[in-house]
Design a protein around this ligand. Sequence first.
Ligand code: PMP
Length: 302
Amino acid sequence: MATQLGSDLLEHIGATPLVEIEDGIFAKLEYLNPSGSIKARIAKYMVDKAEEQGFLKPGMTIVEASSGNTGNALSMVAAQKGYAMVVLMPEGLSSERVAISKAFGAEVRELGDFHVNTALHEARLLGSQPGYFCPGQFDSELNVEENREVFGPEILADLGNDRTPDAFVMGIGTGGTLIGVGQCLHAANPSCWLVGMEPDESCTILCGDVHRHKIEGIADGFIPGIFDRHRDEVDELVAVTSLDAITEMYALARRGYLVGPSSGANLVAARRLKERHPEFSTIVTVFCDEGEKYLSEYYLGS
Ligand code: PMP
């Protein structure tokens, strides 16, 4: 497909490939988005809506708490649109994500240990100051809306008329992807089975645990508002260990997919679902972010 002359960077968010990664398991390659993750979608969507609704005006600063990818994505959107950006990130996550936001010109403040709670508190405080706008990804229904109105329909279009999704499997960070895409797929197939995934070491929703884990981007240390409001819509919650996620991440790289641990975890969960439900011929999951963000943590020297 020829690139449209004169189109701008943010128009190239989305329209990622959907590949049949294994028999009956389809992965949407979201790591190919500008800024390297699925979060480019909601970053652009939430900023566009805030501008339309008058919450965000030229000269203002965007502030957001993020375990990294939303921070990277918002930093890119802010750079394109000329806003200042402050990313509040917990310490102890992959250093590349700090570097990427800084490269886009954002200020990065690292606070709190591994989980996003402390950063989230700070973002709410700063976001309520004059001149600041905080999109609030963990609570915003716009996050759900983008996934329902844009990402979900894209998956259905990719599958074409011959296939209906039997299940959707997704790790829970904000829960926006699971819930929003789930709403769309449910509308297409009311029996579509919706599976949320958490790290076994920190299965906050399943068992109330909050511990360190290695599946960065999910299980941020609390139950997000989005998930809490929509939990009835989810059919099943499963846990995947960090070790299984990382082992699968390395295996995917050897197949040509350079992705992060949550992509590995999503595939592990999708494969287990397929084993339990061989009758499911179309299971959809997501490869969320690029492996380049984890070079120093995992791949250098591997
Ligand atoms: N994987 C990665 C790498 C992520 O950055 C995120 C978002 N934080 C997710 C999965 C989960 O997406 P969501 O926030 O929509 O639940």
